[in-house]
Design a protein around this ligand. Structure first.
Ligand SMILES: *Cc1c(COP(=O)(O)O)cnc(C)c1O
Length: 231
């Protein structure tokens, strides 16, 4: 299958999942995750209609940014404070804010560039040691601190990476918890809190994530094939 065919297939599955639970497929944004992929492969995805690309490493954004057709880049991986300055003017949305320290650096760099950074708070609902993100219990406190101290940050929603499970039904509970948290936070009345995106769901679990309310899915393998880290 070509990248284009894979994208058609994924879009069909997104639409089916959305319709299956009474949602409008149009409200779900597909971010194609292109880590380890070449600019040529990314352009193939863009030609097939992709407008949003996700990368989990700063270096990969820098390597590809000027070498692909116009597209929005999403920073979806762990972001080190000392690397914020390299992507502040390149990432349309940073999905991985999980500490006030990181938020303060984003604030500093955004102010320097005279812009407002659009960010999501990453929630580690299953409290996995191996994953970044704040616990669901700490998310609201972090959001409050960011609103108090970061004038150049706009909070646009939450991001969640579910634990890996053979059967995605086993992680439905986490998607549901994050959606509940999202709805609660979204009610906060503040000019710099404009919740729009609930980023959850990857190749093997986006159907369940959509059923639980995700409106942004991050899909790599199902579009580009298995990753080859040797490449
Ligand atoms: C790699 C990655 C994805 C995509 O994973 P696939 O299983 O290849 O679809 C989504 N989100 C994050 C944060 C990732 O690092």
């Amino acid at each position: 299958m070509t990248i284009k065919e894979n994208i058609e297939k994924v879009k069909g599955e997104i639409a089916a999942a959305a319709r299956g639970c009474g949602r409008d497929p149009e409200e779900i944004l597909l971010v194609a995750v292109s880590k380890t992929r070449t600019p040529e492969e990314i352009d193939e995805a863009i030609d097939a209609g992709i407008e949003d690309i996700g990368e989990n490493k700063v270096q990969e954004i820098l390597d590809k940014y000027d070498h692909v057709k116009p597209v929005r880049f999403h920073m979806i991986g762990h972001l080190q404070t000392n690397k914020v300055k390299y992507i502040i003017d390149k990432a349309a949305l940073i999905h991985s804010v999980d500490s006030l320290k990181l938020a303060l650096e984003i604030q500093k760099q955004a102010e320097k560039h005279g812009r407002t950074a659009e960010v999501l708070v990453q929630v580690n609902a299953a409290e996995e040691e191996s994953k970044f993100g704040v616990t669901a219990g700490d998310a609201e406190g972090l959001i409050k601190s960011i609103l108090e101290s970061c004038e150049n940050i706009r909070l646009r929603g939450l991001m969640h990476i579910a634990p890996f499970a053979e059967d995605p039904e086993d992680v439905r509970i986490y998607f549901r918890q994050v959606k509940e948290l999202y709805d609660r936070c979204a009610r906060t009345d503040h000019p710099r809190l404009e919740f729009t995106w609930l980023s959850m769901g990857m190749s093997h679990d986006f159907r369940v994530a959509i059923e639980e309310g995700a409106n942004l899915v991050r899909v790599g393998t199902a579009i580009f094939g298995e990753r080859n880290y040797q490449k």
